[in-house]
Design a protein around this ligand. Structure first.
Ligand code: ADP
Ligand code: MG
Length: 699
């Protein structure tokens, strides 16, 4: 079927071949439809005028009418600026230009009335507007006014007259032609449930609203549509995976589980741990393969949940594996499990890159004959030589370090794939989890074991270093241990490395042997040396661990009570949170001290302020999402999912939830979308899958 909206963009009035080239290259606009989908990113309301007396920063962009009183150039060289004063009957305000003075100055006429438009900023008790838009009141004033869309542009586009106004112009030529060509793709029952306007109406109003309310109703409709189809795709995938992947059925909780739970566990599980175990038990008994993501803050007790899940598999006659991203972590897991399982008839082994050949051989044998129940290890578990008799559950810890491909290899370890439990201590904001892991089930441990004292977090400037060192000394005297972490950022690796070494030397000078022992771990060391230093600290032989972020993930030294982060402004929020999670693991009050220089960007201030304010990983993740945006948080690998045209995962969380629920309801009501009223939904979905084949297996 021919649709006008498929017409190549050069045929639109006001475009032509030259502009078409920059539209394609600079904005990905090839057709009328693409242009129609080039939405404004904000709107300016120029229908309202403010009195100078009521100007404040909350208004944002202000528009005033006033008479020019004076103007003069002040300052020299780099501080040169043009300052004008404009007044109405309620007061006066300054206008300032730092650039383009020679263009602006000749156009100013004292005593003349202007319309001034721009952002007001406060300086002490006064306001000024920098680089305002100025229009003579009796000149082009009639062209101003109304509610205006603002479009993104770029140098090349602007060079061909396609600044925001230019886009507004060509879209004005397109809008009158679209009637009848924008087809509705949501069924009526959804439109009316959420009070959404039609698709055609939305396309019109998103570009040419007459007020904010109209713009918002267009945005709502288009955001919902975008999120709904994305979620529908994920929900559908989940349904397909479910029905295709048969899973082992572990119906009952057996003697091993009960024995640990009732006789050997020195404490009760938290409510959150119980809730999550229930979710996992349900999955394991369902007959389909489990694909579950377990989120929980550092120290929330995920390992124990993993252990109980493994016991369910073993009780049913299967084996289990637990894979960690580093050798240190694998060893820790191995020891934790051994301790919990010491009175149970269960065999556990550790397999890493440094396992000796003879031990390795034995492990392979025991795995294949089924006498080994739990295998803990690193990537070494993925090697082809590692064959299980029948692995029923594979746990993967700290998912961020494992790629998609590796997860798939775990699957291939059996004819019927094992159930998969992925654990992550990096909380992911709800909206991202719903999108990135939309085809996985997500469990959350949102409660800490009792008796934990929250870590007290403080921000200190470098000038307070002596005080901080004094505090460290006092804690060490009490028998505690301390981490001091330096940044290591690839781009400035040399410099960072020098900082680390300088820091190390000054610490050794301040905390001299033999009274003090200082460990150091960084990326340039051989891994055997790293492990050696690390284990000295773990064993309490050294009191201070100076390190780069290699210690970020998972290390457990309950006696460490202080985490000092040097140049904390260089760390991201989730990194800071991970680092803080290294302390506060014992019964003592712990401290996290964030050291910075005085020079801080606004974002850095926000990060530090957030860390000081809260210990809640999910809250921190939400702030992180707002500061960095989804692409930076999840990495670009899966950025296909982030090509959202209008919805914003950082801001539209509630709408996303509605969209997801609606998608679930629709699929459960009409699994194959065969009902006539869902034909349009189905068509759209098929098209999406065709357009983006990489979506067919997202995680
Ligand atoms: P995570 O892996 O989520 O960071 P862990 O599983 O390592 O957390 O647990 C952290 C510590 O808390 C461990 O020492 C563990 O034994 C302890 N722990 C776990 N669950 C409980 C509980 N319900 N009550 C008391 N302590 C617990
Ligand atoms: Mg852990």
């Amino acid at each position: 079927m021919k649709n006008l909206l498929n017409t190549p963009i050069e045929y639109l009035k006001g475009v032509g071949p030259k502009r078409a080239v920059v539209l394609k290259e600079g904005a990905g606009i090839y057709t009328y439809w693409d242009l129609l989908n080039y939405f404004p990113f904000r709107y300016i309301d120029r229908s309202q005028f403010h009195k100078i007396g009521e100007v404040n920063e909350e208004i944002g962009l202000v528009q005033i009418k006033g008479r020019l009183r004076t103007f003069q150039e002040i300052g020299i060289n780099r501080s040169k600026r043009l300052v004008a004063s404009i007044e109405d009957e309620t007061g006066q305000i300054e206008l300032v230009w730092f650039k383009g003075i020679k263009w602006v100055k000749p156009s100013l006429q004292v005593g003349t009335e202007y319309i001034v438009f721009g952002k007001a900023s406060r300086f002490g008790a006064k306001y000024n507007i920098a680089h305002p838009e100025l229009t003579l009141l009796d000149g082009k004033a009639s062209k101003i006014g109304g509610f205006q869309p603002v479009y993104h542009s770029g140098d090349k586009l602007t060079g061909k007259g396609l600044n925001s106004k230019g886009f507004e112009g060509i879209i004005k030529n397109l809008i009158p032609q679209i009637k009848g060509f924008v087809h509705e793709n949501l069924p009526n029952h959804i439109l009316s449930k959420f009070n959404l306007i039609s698709r055609e109406q939305a396309m019109l109003l998103i570009h040419q609203p007459s007020n904010m309310k109209e713009a918002q109703s267009a945005q709502l409709r288009l955001k919902f549509e975008e999120l709904f189809f994305l979620q529908l795709l994920l929900v559908k995938q989940k349904q397909v995976v479910r029905s295709k992947s048969r899973g082992h059925v572990f119906e009952k909780v057996g003697p091993l589980f009960n024995s640990l739970y009732k006789e050997h566990l020195p404490f009760d599980l938290t409510g959150a741990q119980k809730k999550v175990l229930k979710e996992i038990r349900y999955d394991l008994g369902s007959g389909s393969q489990m694909n579950r993501l377990l989120q929980g803050d550092v120290g929330s007790g995920k390992t124990l949940v993993a252990l109980f899940s493994m016991l369910i598999a073993i009780d049913c006659g299967f084996q289990a594996s637990l894979m960690a991203p580093t050798e240190i972590l694998a060893i820790q897991h191995f020891e934790t499990l051994k301790e919990f399982l010491q009175d149970l008839p269960i065999t556990v082994a550790l397999l890493t890159g440094s396992t000796k050949a003879t031990d390795r051989k034995l492990i392979h044998e025991q795995l294949e004959n089924g006498s080994l129940h739990i295998l803990v290890g690193t990537h070494a578990l993925l090697e082809d030589k590692v064959k299980f008799k029948n692995v029923g559950l594979s746990v993967i810890d700290e998912q961020h370090r494992f790629g998609v491909a590796q997860r798939a290899r775990v699957w291939k370890k059996n004819k019927i794939p094992p159930h998969i439990l992925v654990m992550t201590a990096t909380p992911i904001p709800r909206t991202l989890a719903m999108t990135f892991y939309g085809d996985l089930d997500v469990s959350v441990i949102d409660e800490m074991p009792p008796g934990r004292k929250p870590v007290s977090t403080q921000h200190r400037f470098d000038s307070a270093r002596n005080t901080v060192f004094g505090f460290i000394e006092k804690e060490i005297r009490k028998g505690r241990q301390v981490y001091i972490v330096y940044p290591l950022i690839e781009e400035s690796e040399k410099l960072d490395y020098k900082d680390l070494m300088d820091g190390y030397e000054s610490i050794v000078r301040r905390f001299p042997q033999p009274a003090y022992q200082v460990s150091i771990v960084h990326g340039r060391m051989k891994s055997a040396d790293k492990d050696h230093e690390m284990s000295r600290f773990v064993a309490g032989e050294t009191q201070i661990m100076v390190a780069t972020t290699v210690i970020e993930v998972g290390v457990n030294v309950p006696n460490a009570s202080i985490m000092v982060v040097e140049s904390a402004e260089k760390f991201g929020l989730s990194q800071l949170h991970q680092l803080r999670g290294r302390v506060g693991r014992g019964a003592e009050q712990s401290y996290c001290i964030l050291m910075t220089s005085y020079k801080l960007t606004d974002d850095a201030k926000k990060r530090l302020e957030t860390m000081v304010r809260t210990n809640d990983g999910f809250e921190i993740a939400e702030v992180d999402l707002k500061l960095r945006g989804p692409g930076d948080i999840m990495g670009t690998q899966q950025s296909g999912l982030l090509d959202l045209k209008i919805a914003d995962l950082a801001r539209d969380g509630q709408l996303l939830k509605y969209a997801r629920d609606t998608a679930f309801d629709l699929i459960s009501d009409d699994p194959e979308l065969t009902k006539p009223e869902h034909a349009t939904v189905r068509r759209q979905l098929v098209e999406m899958i065709k357009e983006r084949p990489n979506w067919s297996r997202i995680s």
